[in-house]
Write a protein that binds this ligand. Structure first.
Ligand SMILES: Cc1cc2nc3c(=O)[nH]c(=O)nc-3n(C[C@H](O)[C@H](O)[C@H](O)COP(=O)(O)OP(=O)(O)OC[C@H]3O[C@@H](n4cnc5c(N)ncnc54)[C@H](O)[C@@H]3O)c2cc1C
Length: 429
């Protein structure tokens, strides 16, 4: 619903009324072509569909998130790419802005928002900058936080959460192993009890924030014969003897994020570092994956919408055969379809955000939001690359990087096939 339609009173082929941006009075425009131009000039895809999910408080918080992106991330964009990670000083800056401890109780230095919409706003603003930033901070704020806050002991909370909020403790979560990520229950890393301690052996791969994380939530098998019911979560801290990192992966996209292998050789983990109950780690992960997936859906949608917005500007300026390429019917219809898909996706994702906030989001709905938004995002970005022509294939163009960055969203956090498997099973198939 575009803003300008609200006060568009009447239009005929020869006489058209339209509002002037920022003014209450309507102004007469005299022909259809001008109406079309007017629509183009006034349209701002961000305003296309009023979203009801956020309140004024969330929008105020959005300003803080935007400021952080403008001041702390944008000037260092190339630095992150070169370093294949977001530097620690940027995490500290995020902490100072109160962006990291959204779910953490005030007693441990957080803002205790108890409202996932703040996480969603942060994810949207990061995604508009780039997908990797959203992933790195999202792993910390959306994925790891609930394990520490919901399952942590009082001593663990006091030990870890203040640093988590300031950015001095960067976190990661390590489920996936080289032998397979989709079949999480089949993981092979083991932890064997030794007195009060546990001895951890094994390895993890593709771990976001893995290279610089100070605290990694690691899933390991503690009861070999009990399948999914024999997995426990451990807080593995940097510097523990036997805990080593492999190289930062050279990825197809999301160059800015640190994604690494982790190796555990006879790492002695104190009993005090068990997160949650012994042998109940799989259930703990299943209970928390919907938040990770709805967070992924928020990022997918915001990222795709941002790049489509930029592409719409481009196709209005770029000319071929003497006219803007966006005015060719094929391209116009294509963009109309993509914009529609994104708005419909956004509506579903917003419903999921609200449902999650009310503790009503099912794992199945989160799976739907995750796979669908990843699919739509990839479709949108592929079309955007095409619309940029050869420039769309050049890394110096944002659209090219965004296209590369988006590909993994169909693979991680539970691949699209696994999401459909969950949905299919729920349908009794
Ligand atoms: C950049 C990046 C960051 C990541 N960050 C993290 C992280 O922070 N922490 C973490 O733990 N993991 C992380 N992962 C791992 C990610 O979650 C896994 O890659 C993903 O779950 C898939 O596991 P896999 O790679 O082992 O593929 P596999 O499980 O080997 O699957 C390979 C293919 O088979 C398909 N497949 C598998 N089972 C079925 C089935 N039953 N039906 C149909 N198709 C099936 C899959 O969909 C996929 O297409 C990350 C991955 C990447 C690439």
């Amino acid at each position: 619903m575009r803003r300008w339609t609200e006060s568009l009173e009447r239009w005929t082929e020869s006489e058209v009324w339209r509002p002037v941006a920022g003014a209450d009075d309507a102004v007469m425009v005299d022909s259809m072509p001008q109406l079309i131009e007017t629509k183009q000039a006034l349209s701002d895809p961000e305003d296309d569909m009023p979203r009801n999910v956020y309140t004024a408080d969330h929008e105020t918080f959005r300003e803080t998130a935007r400021e952080f992106v403008e001041r702390s991330l944008k000037p260092r964009a190339q630095q992150f790419i070169d370093a294949r990670s977001i530097d620690r000083e940027v995490w500290i800056e995020a902490g100072k802005q109160g962006l990291l401890g959204l779910e953490v109780p005030e007693a441990y230095g957080g803002s205790e928002a108890r409202d996932f919409r703040f996480n969603a706003v942060f994810a949207e603003e990061l995604s508009k900058f780039n997908a990797a930033a959203s992933s790195c901070f999202g792993i910390h704020t959306d994925c790891v936080a609930p394990y520490l806050v919901d399952l942590g002991t009082e001593e663990q909370k006091q030990r870890w959460l203040p640093g988590f909020c300031t950015g001095e403790i960067i976190t990661a979560i390590a489920m996936t192993e080289a032998s397979g990520g989709s079949d999480l229950a089949a993981l092979k890393s083991t932890a064997v009890r030794d007195g009060e301690d546990w001895i951890l052996n094994g390895s993890k791969t593709f771990i976001t924030n893995g290279y610089q994380a100070d605290l990694v939530v690691v899933a390991a098998r503690t009861s070999p014969d009990k399948g999914a019911k024999g997995i426990t979560l451990f807080g593995v801290e940097a510097g523990m003897p036997g805990f080593e990192r492999g190289r930062k992966f050279d990825k197809v996209g999301q160059d800015e994020s640190d994604t690494a292998e982790l190796f555990f050789t006879d790492v002695r983990i104190p009993g005090a570092n068990v997160i949650g109950e012994v042998d109940r780690g799989f259930i703990a992960m299943m209970e928390r994956l919907p938040q990770e997936r709805v967070g992924a859906a928020v990022s997918n949608t915001a990222h795709a919408q941002q790049i489509l917005n930029e592409t719409i500007v481009y196709v209005k300026e770029r000319k071929a055969f003497g006219q803007p390429i966006g005015s060719f019917q094929h391209n116009k219809f294509l963009i109309a379809e993509l914009q529609t898909k994104l708005e419909v996706t956004q509506a579903y994702v917003d419903d999921c955000i609200e449902a999650h906030n009310e503790h009503m989001l099912t794992a199945i709905d989160a799976a739907k939001a995750k796979w669908w938004s990843a699919q739509v995002q990839n479709e949108v970005l592929d079309a955007c690359v095409q619309l940029y022509g050869g420039y769309g294939f050049m890394n110096e163009y944002r659209v090219a990087r965004a296209w590369r960055d988006a590909r993994v969203t169909k693979i991680w956090a539970g691949s699209n096939e696994i999401m459909k498997e969950l949905i299919g099973r729920d349908l009794g198939l």
